[in-house]
Design a protein around this ligand. Structure first.
Ligand SMILES: Cc1cc2nc3c(=O)[nH]c(=O)nc-3n(C[C@H](O)[C@H](O)[C@H](O)COP(=O)(O)OP(=O)(O)OC[C@H]3O[C@@H](n4cnc5c(N)ncnc54)[C@H](O)[C@@H]3O)c2cc1C
Length: 439
């Protein structure tokens, strides 16, 4: 392959797509690279999971690969002038289980970064950070991990800034929805067709389409007759609710310098929940415990989970049950204080999951020229500065065997029952009742 003469169609301008374009254009400044997304990169409303007020940036992983990758990304966030303005190194306070904490520490020690991370017994930890987490729910929490080098990223602002940079470097941006993939007679993927009927051609088509990926592959399988394009059980679209409260002056004084709060991987299998420090608008954010799928018939006889069909994924329509979910999580962190807060802003955010929470960064096995790079599984944002480097390695067939195996399209997958964050309930069961009959 000769990447400099290649042409790339990257579908999806979330972190996987933008990071891929960022690394490609720097390595091959004369390559033709087109980023296609249903939303303009600077739109007021976007459906991307990567477009958000803020995301946690932590290298505190028990998995050695993601620990190392997140440290690589964090080093960019702390040193590179393009990325640095968006990173807030507030530290992180993680109520977790003994095994998880031990494995994180081991990873940091192996990488010579052991000064970054400390472990605290619950009773001592409660007094830290001005006692902000004194009233948290510590059931099943065995230890508290504190990492002062972790923090959060102003996610949407950072995504927009990096997208602007790649456009300056020569990447083209097309704000249209991709309806299907296009193939030649030998089943090679040659480009995409948009919902407006436009056709875009490229020697490489990279799908960075997040939660929409299984549906796009179903639509493309139906239109091309290539049944094996389908994701099947490899990818599941899952949604989760976030909520925010605006702090008053008194509360803001106490919370302004707080660390990221996380509760997860405790002694009990339960989803991982978090609370992010206030944004510049003084808004404190949480995400909920209910992680759901939305299984619908996307083409006749084919049922897959995908974001709601509305152009904005119906992301601002939040049911009473989902609002309650956010309220419950706010009290997991701040006990009775949370009862005083009005939760004013909510959003449902969709991401693509794999059972192991590992990404897919791989050629598609059914069609030459087609590649998949997505499946953030609710933890992908933090890798934004570096993940594209690995996507480029995959395109060049130079990804290390370890990463190529971990992120393969076809690989052995664990049973999802072991994954506490696996979307297990249907969204329809969490919606407000709709009166169907008017008798
Ligand atoms: C509530 C929530 C909280 C999270 N918190 C964190 C966190 O704190 N830290 C962290 O590291 N990660 C976090 N994540 C995970 C992270 O946000 C995602 O893993 C990551 O952003 C996924 O990036 P992506 O590029 O794969 O997908 P996305 O960001 O969703 O981008 C996909 C893009 O593809 C476009 N697209 C899809 N289909 C089409 C089509 N047919 N035509 C044109 N365009 C299309 C969409 O418009 C979208 O812009 C969180 C996720 C959620 C949902």
């Amino acid at each position: 392959m000769a990447p400099a003469q290649s042409s790339y169609i990257i579908v999806g301008a979330g972190i996987f797509g933008v990071s891929t374009a960022y690394h490609l254009i720097q390595k091959y400044p004369n390559a033709s690279i087109t980023l296609v997304d249903r939303d303009a990169f600077d739109a007021d409303n976007r459906v991307a999971a990567s477009w958000d007020w803020n995301k946690v940036m932590r290298a505190d992983y028990d998995d050695p690969v993601y620990c190392e990758l997140a440290l690589e990304a964090q080093d960019v966030f702390t040193s590179d002038p393009l990325w640095r303005p968006y990173f807030h190194q507030t530290g992180l306070y993680w109520m977790c289980g003994r095994d998880y904490a031990r494995d994180c520490i081991k990873n940091f020690e192996r990488l010579g970064r052991n000064n970054d991370i400390t472990l605290w017994p619950v009773e001592e930890a409660r007094k830290m950070f001005g006692g902000l987490f004194n009233e948290s729910d510590y059931s099943n929490v065995e230890q508290v991990l504190v990492n002062k080098t972790s923090g959060w990223v102003a996610a949407g602002d950072c995504l927009q800034a990096v997208t602007r940079r790649i456009l300056e470097l020569g990447v083209k941006y097309v704000a249209e929805e991709v309806a299907t993939l296009q193939f030649d007679r030998s089943n090679r993927c040659t480009g995409v067709r948009t919902s407006n009927g436009n056709k875009l051609h490229g020697s490489h088509v990279v799908l960075c389409t997040g939660a929409f990926t299984p549906k796009l592959l179903e639509l493309s399988a139906a239109s091309s007759g290539l049944d094996d394009l389908r994701a099947g059980s490899r990818i599941l679209a899952g949604g989760i609710t976030t909520g925010m409260t605006r702090l008053d002056d008194e509360a803001y004084t106490r919370f302004a310098d707080m660390p990221v709060g996380i509760q997860g991987y405790t002694a009990k299998k339960a989803p991982f929940v978090g609370s992010l420090p206030p944004t510049k608008d003084r808004e404190l954010k949480w995400w909920g415990q209910k992680i759901f799928k939305n299984t619908k018939e996307v083409v006749p006889g084919r049922w897959v989970s995908s974001p709601p069909a509305e152009a904005d994924y119906a992301q601002w329509e939040i049911s009473t049950k989902l609002k309650e979910d956010i309220f419950n999580v706010s009290s997991v962190f701040y006990g009775s204080e949370a009862a005083k807060w009005k939760l004013e802003k909510h959003r449902i955010c969709w991401d693509a999951f794999t059972t192991s929470s590992d990404f897919i960064i791989a050629p598609h096995s059914t069609s030459e020229g087609l590649y998949i790079a997505t499946c953030g599984s609710f933890h992908g944002y933090k890798f934004f500065p570096v993940i594209g480097k690995y996507v480029v390695q995959m395109l060049e067939e130079s990804l290390s065997p370890q990463l190529a195996g971990k992120w393969a399209w076809d690989r052995e997958r664990p049973d999802p029952s072991a994954n506490p964050d696996w979307p297990s309930v249907e969204m329809k069961d969490l919606l407000d009742p709709v009166r169907a009959s008017r008798l």
